[in-house]
Design a protein around this ligand. Structure first.
Ligand SMILES: [Zn+2]
Ligand SMILES: [Zn+2]
Length: 169
């Protein structure tokens, strides 16, 4: 039995038609769906490009924020410390983030120097004996301080620094 495709107008054997699609031949159907798919793809692409352009500033700001937020995390500080220590050829092994968190817990989340509560993302990992003075990377040489205390301490001799603050005699 021959059927006539209403799209291309050709008369073809029944086998060239889908069972449930008798008015267009298989070839015409395939071409139609391919075109439909292409058109949709282009539309989807255009939509996502338009969305990105309209929200570019916001999307970039969020990316920057995520990076800035990451910089405040202990994991980031720990990684920086390990990299810095490697450059300086410091001795010992830099502990993993969990070990540093344990130190912070042991300090009851307070600065090891001024004892004020450590604010989220505002504390530093301090080498008690500064790396610059040959201090080790080991967790025994670490304490968690607030940013101002750590910056004030810098690479000073830790005993002298604490004496200056009136903590040690
Ligand atoms: Zn056809
Ligand atoms: Zn402090």
């Amino acid at each position: 039995m021959q059927l006539t495709c209403s799209k291309c107008g050709e008369e073809k054997p029944e086998a060239e038609f889908h069972k449930e699609q008798r008015w267009w031949c298989r070839k015409c159907c395939a071409a139609y769906y391919a075109a439909y798919y292409q058109a949709n793809r282009a539309k989807e692409l255009a939509r996502s490009i338009a969305y990105y352009q309209a929200n570019r500033a916001r999307i970039l700001a969020r990316k920057r924020l995520t990076k800035a937020a990451y910089r405040k995390t202990l994991a980031c500080q720990a990684a920086n410390n390990r990299a810095r220590a490697k450059r300086k050829g410091a001795k010992g092994t830099a502990p993993k983030t969990e070990a540093i968190l344990a130190i912070k817990e042991a300090q009851r989340n307070r600065c090891a120097i001024c004892h004020k509560p450590l604010r989220k993302g505002r504390y530093h990992i301090d080498h008690i004996m500064p790396l610059a003075r040959g201090g080790s990377l080991d967790s025994r040489n670490l304490q968690i301080t607030c940013a101002p205390c750590n910056l004030r301490k810098g690479a000073k001799d830790p005993i002298k620094f604490m004496q200056e603050l009136g903590y040690l005699l």
